[in-house]
Design a binder for this molecule. Structure first.
Ligand code: PFF
Length: 436
């Protein structure tokens, strides 16, 4: 008889959820999006999005999972009212996880490659170092090899189960990530560019904020909190007994935001000390930083610490992405966890090959960019919107209060989940499909 695995402790759940949330989105995407949108003014907007949309939707997802004790497809079916097939939202979530992991694994492979190179140290001229990335991109076999390595590692962890795999890995990797991040923050504090970086991160320059900064802030906060595709529903479904959902959601969102901010504290002083533009774009950590690592004293060690940090963050997020598809197979098709991991892992590995071969494209857009666009710009906000609607309108107040509590703070957050978050998510979606 199949019995559902559960977290051993609440701390295990928090670490696993933070592990899912903290990833490439925080360390790679957040700093360059902040750079592009003018620094701290953008951070203020980002914080507002986390509070108004991120935390409420996090509560919604954890609730849906915990109450139903099922994967996203089963969870939405559990709350089904009338004839509208809610489970479709769950299917879209599973598909979205498959799409995201297929390219997330390729990018994680790049991190592995840079970590290996860090052990040797970066040397050569600026052009030579930034060309490492171009060469890596142009080498499909190397990309496929790293992608295979990452998928195999993630599959091995997941095959061990919720407690012995996900929870155990998070309990090791997240504290290591915390230590590495603090070491790097201390290092950055000693750099000359720290003052300028601090000013950039804390002194708001609203002149660089545009209408699309708001939407970008919302989209980024949603991606970094792993919302909109059922990852938090799945992790919530491994909770049992008394759990303060609001408190957990606030803790997860706060740690995630703090880590994104600290990543900025690590990266911007390095950028400013070397007179570079903070808006260097997605190439920031693969092209710009290695050049700086090659020049600065102790850069060798700093680059090992930096890429190890990013790797740990990416692996724990990849774990949660594969777990969505795995729990779907286990619950819906009653297959063993090992079989589910093997089937879904192989499907994602095959799909990832499209992103690993950078010159394969659709009308000039490489698969990696295309998948990122489809998943993070369209599917995640839409998934979040649907979850908020189901939670807000198909579940009675009584049911919600019995699980979440009816303290004033919970009432405010549930109000935000029912009215504010759906409206803002709808705006993001409409903007993404180009209607304004
Ligand atoms: N939150 C992860 C990051 O910031 O990199 C990405 C992610 C993981 C998105 C899991 C969605 C998800 F379900």
């Amino acid at each position: 008889m199949y019995s559902r695995d559960h977290w051993k402790s609440k701390l295990g759940f928090i670490l696993a959820a933070v592990g899912s949330a903290v990833g490439l989105g925080n360390i790679w995407k957040f700093p360059y999006v902040v750079g592009k949108n003018g620094g701290s003014a953008f951070i203020a907007i980002y914080l507002a999005c986390v509070i108004l949309v991120g935390i409420p939707i996090l509560i919604v997802e954890i609730y849906l999972g915990k109450k139903s004790q099922l994967n996203p497809v089963g969870a939405f079916r559990f709350f089904q009212k009338g004839k509208v097939p809610f489970s479709l939202i769950g299917y879209a979530g599973v598909l979205c996880g498959i799409i995201i992991l297929s390219y997330y694994s390729v990018i994680t492979g790049w991190i592995c490659h840079y970590l290996m190179l860090s052990f040797r140290g970066f040397s050569g001229s600026e052009t030579e170092i930034s060309e490492i990335f171009t060469a890596l991109n142009a080498n499909p076999w190397l990309n496929i090899a790293w992608h295979t390595f990452v998928m195999a590692a993630v599959m091995m962890i997941l095959a061990k189960g919720v407690r012995k795999g996900i929870e155990a890995a998070s309990k090791i990797l997240m504290p290591m990530l915390g230590v590495l991040l603090l070491v790097l923050v201390c290092y950055s504090l000693t750099l000359d560019g720290m003052k300028e970086a601090w000013r950039f991160l804390t002194y708001p320059d609203f002149s660089r904020v545009t209408g699309s900064s708001f939407l970008e802030a919302l989209g980024t906060s949603f991606f970094t909190l792993s919302l909109g595709m059922g990852a938090m529903i799945t992790y919530g479904s491994y909770l049992k007994g008394e759990v303060n959902i609001t408190k957990s959601a606030v803790q997860i969102a706060s740690i995630d935001t703090l880590i994104a901010f600290l990543s900025g504290i690590v990266i911007f002083p390095i950028v400013f000390t070397n007179n570079l533009e903070p808006s260097a774009g997605p190439g920031l950590i693969f092209k710009t930083l290695p050049v700086l690592f090659s020049k600065m004293p102790g850069g060798h060690i700093v680059s090992i610490a930096f890429f190890a940090l990013v790797l740990f963050a990416a692996i724990t997020s990849a774990i949660s992405l594969l777990e969505v598809a795995t729990s779907f197979m286990v619950d819906e098709y009653k297959c063993s966890r090992t079989k589910a991991v093997l089937i879904m892992g192989t499907v994602i590995w095959l799909l990832g090959i499209l992103s690993a071969v950078s010159y394969w494209n659709v009308a000039g857009t490489p698969f990696l960019d295309l998948f990122d666009k489809i998943a993070s710009c369209y599917m995640l906000p839409l998934g979040g919107l649907c979850s908020a609607l189901v939670f807000g309108w198909a579940i009675s107040k009584k049911q919600k209060y019995s699980e979440i509590g009816s303290k004033p703070i919970n009432k405010i957050l549930l109000f935000a989940a029912k009215y504010i978050s759906p409206v803002l998510l709808l705006l993001v979606f409409i903007k993404e499909i180009g209607l304004f």
